[in-house]
Design a protein around this ligand. Structure first.
Ligand code: GLU
Length: 292
């Protein structure tokens, strides 16, 4: 079987497993559709598996009606998936075990800073650019930590320098950008468990990609930088390293990056407007081969 031309050259473990991992915090737009279509096509063209995982750990923002709309959009796009649908909200115990392991290795520390303290949503997959946690709570003494833990629920952060001292230098591979030296230090000590929900995107995503045997992660280039930290977590937790396919971001009619808040650009709207899904799929794939 010949892999399609966007499969990385070093494919040695066919069949592939790809995934689409939306967060049901809003409706999908054409950028999400591109991720889904690319991942689906990669699996289907290689006789591999395509799985859908609902990334709904953030119970404060996820809504069942968005999940329902996402599944309808995927069906409308003509994308079928293999195996059961996974929901991260049902897998908290696994993420807690992974966190315990990091704590046991001495590479995760409790952080008591409030959002206002750090003015940075470092726990979100798409945190504001340049918002690097200054490491305040890394410097707390054991007794200061114990005292605060007795009365406060913390977030947990990865001590990236300590983690790198264990893992040593790491690389990862992107289909378009090629071999990358992992540089997680640039992102600072990122959150591996949020105070409010007990886990965080970075940790849940590596645990589940491994648990689901994902060989190829297809997603937007807005998550490119987050991959450095995810690669480090994989090394620490002894998880396999997937290949990455970070595709360019589809822009809206105003030339700006699409966001879930752009209500007029959602797949649900396109569907209601009578868009031909086969044509949309073809347009997205064509755009991806020749991004403007
Ligand atoms: N759930 C993330 C999002 O919707 C994507 C995570 C990923 O593909 O790694 O932005």
């Amino acid at each position: 079987m010949t892999p399609p031309d966007f499969v990385v050259d070093n494919v040695d473990n066919l069949p592939l497993t790809t995934r689409f991992a939306p967060s049901p915090t809003g409706l999908l737009h054409r950028g999400h559709a591109l991720s889904a279509v690319l991942a689906w096509q990669l699996a289907r063209q290689t006789g591999g598996r395509f799985i859908v995982r609902i990334e709904d750990i953030d119970t404060t923002r996820c809504r069942p009606e968005f999940e329902a709309a996402i599944l309808e959009d995927l069906a409308w796009l003509g994308l079928d998936w293999d195996g059961p649908l996974w929901r991260q909200s049902e897998r908290g115990a696994l993420y807690a075990t992974a966190l315990d392991r990091l704590v046991g290795m001495g590479v995760a520390y409790p952080c008591f800073c409030t959002r206002a303290d750090i003015a940075a949503a470092a726990s979100a997959p798409h945190g504001p650019e340049g918002a690097v946690y200054p490491g305040t709570c890394r410097h707390l003494s054991a007794s200061q930590r114990a005292e605060r833990l007795a009365s406060e629920r913390p977030a947990w952060r990865l001590d990236v320098a300590a983690a790198l001292a264990i893992s040593g230098p790491l690389t990862w591979h992107d289909r378009w950008a090629g071999l990358q030296q992992a540089q997680p230090l640039a992102g600072g000590d990122f959150v591996v468990a949020r105070r409010d929900i007990g886990t965080a995107y970075a940790l849940a995503v590596v645990v589940d990609d491994a648990a689901q045997g994902v060989t190829d992660v297809v997603r937007g280039v807005d998550l490119f930088e987050a991959t450095h930290g995810q690669r480090l977590l994989q090394a620490l937790l002894g998880l396999p390293e997937p290949r990455y396919h970070h595709h360019g971001l589809v822009l809206g009619s105003d030339g700006k990056r699409l966001a879930k808040r752009d209500k007029g650009e959602t797949l649900t709207m396109l569907r209601a407007a009578g868009t031909d899904p086969a044509r949309l799929r073809a347009e997205l794939l064509d755009w991806c081969q020749h991004p403007h």
